[in-house]
Design a protein around this ligand. Structure first.
Ligand code: SF4
Ligand code: SF4
Length: 400
């Protein structure tokens, strides 16, 4: 465990003791699979300047109805309780009938059992939306996340279709229209020299209430990666964001920051960033299992298949190597923010960056900026407005 972290924030001296929120040691076991990702289209209709998938994942086939149904049957037979299904690799809405099937089957299954609740998560570039598609997504209560990199200028520079045309104007009205769904969110990739404040406030002006900003994930070296000046810009942005919240302003939720705030309060702390390869698996087009959607098609990370079941030896091996907890990573072992961070994305640290499971400095720079801002905000509101702090962090007192 690292020592106390002392830092200056908005004119105050702040001390954070990581030991206070240190998660218990990770005990590996055969976790029940409660989250499933389905690679339904295997492809994308865009040509974004930073596409991580196209640099790390092979060409994939479209999932067949037989495999899709078999995957859903297996998932429902393995698991009960609180489950989730995710589509987000490639562009899922290039195979709308598969997404529709997943929604229908999930809601039918839920209605047939009292013990299971299923959340459905779609990440999309939004270009395949039609009024009809949006209607059935709403009907089946999908949690929708659209990739949107900011205003028209930034988005159209980054996110072009195969013909090289920007896509902002095609999705803008859908983004506005979906803002009435409380769970609706956007995700924006921050590249070198992108102003996070410009991105955040442009998206907020559309009415979006949940905004995710993520650093670009690319192979190193890359002129798209964030440098120290970009990290400083992000620090200034997040400091202004928490200052406005502390002054009582209502702001859209900055998703990754809010997770850090919850962890400062002791909620959701873990030595891994996600359940990939443990309680979360992805299914490839031929029914193969992988740790998550970013590993689909990579044989080295194959963890079994629908016919033979989950390969427990392979999942154990993944948990000890690419999926190891943060305390088994050299950089994270020395990082004061580790309990608030949970460690790097397994896929990004293994397939991109240095390809050795270590995180990238720009990713860590953004994480630590969020963590310092979260520690400051928690300390400020704890004294002045504790109920607001709990509400902001999305903690329901009745659940405690
Ligand atoms: S990924 Fe970076 S910020 Fe997160 S724990 Fe590891 S070193 Fe710290
Ligand atoms: S490994 Fe990375 S991409 Fe996969 S689920 Fe975890 S955080 Fe997400």
């Amino acid at each position: 465990m690292t020592e106390q972290h002392r830092f200056e924030f908005l004119g105050s001296d702040v001390v954070f003791d990581p030991a206070v929120v240190e998660p218990p040691s990770f005990i590996e076991r055969d976790f029940p699979v409660t989250s499933l990702a389905l690679d339904v289209s295997g492809t994308c209709n865009m040509n974004c300047i930073y596409c991580a998938e196209s640099s790390t994942m092979p060409q994939r086939a479209v999932i067949s109805n037989t495999i899709l149904e078999k995957a859903l049957d297996s998932f429902f037979s393995w698991s009960s309780g609180v489950l989730s299904i995710h589509v987000g690799s490639g562009e899922p809405l290039l195979n709308p009938s598969a997404v529709r099937t997943i929604g229908r089957r999930a809601r039918e299954y839920e209605a047939s059992t009292e013990s299971t609740r299923i959340s459905l998560h779609l990440t999309t570039n939004g270009t395949a939306f039609t009024g009809e598609v949006v209607n059935w997504l709403r009907e089946d209560n999908w949690v929708i996340k659209i990739s949107l990199d900011g205003n028209s200028r930034i988005h159209n520079h980054n996110r072009k279709d195969r013909q090289g045309r920007g896509t902002y104007e095609r999705i803008e009205n859908y983004v506005r229209a979906l803002c009435d769904i409380p769970s609706f969110s956007t995700t924006s990739v921050l590249c070198h020299e992108t102003d996070p404040a410009e991105v955040f406030y442009a998206i907020s002006a559309l009415g979006v209430q949940n905004i995710e900003l993520v650093p670009v994930a690319v192979e190193y070296p890359s002129n798209l990666s964030l440098d120290e000046e970009d990290i400083l810009n992000y620090k200034r942005f997040v400091a202004e964001y928490v200052k406005r919240i502390a002054e009582g302003e209502s702001m859209p939720r900055l998703i990754r920051f809010m997770k850090k705030l919850q962890r400062v309060l002791g909620f959701g702390i873990s030595r891994v960033p996600c359940g990939a390869g443990r309680n979360f698996l992805a299914v490839g087009p031929h029914g193969e299992f992988y740790p998550c959607f970013r590993f689909v098609g990579l044989d080295q990370y194959r963890l079994g298949d629908l016919t033979h079941g989950i390969g427990r030896e392979r999942t154990r091996e993944f948990a000890l190597t690419a999926g190891r907890p943060y305390d088994a990573r050299e950089t994270c072992g020395k990082c004061w923010a580790a309990p608030l961070c949970g460690g790097p994305c397994f896929a990004c640290s293994q397939l991109l960056f240095y390809r050795n499971g270590e995180p990238s400095p720009d990713y860590c720079g953004l994480v630590r900026a969020d963590c310092e801002a979260a520690v400051w905000l928690a300390q400020t509101l704890r004294d002045e407005a504790p109920e607001r702090l709990v509400e902001l962090a999305g903690i329901h007192l009745g659940d405690l």
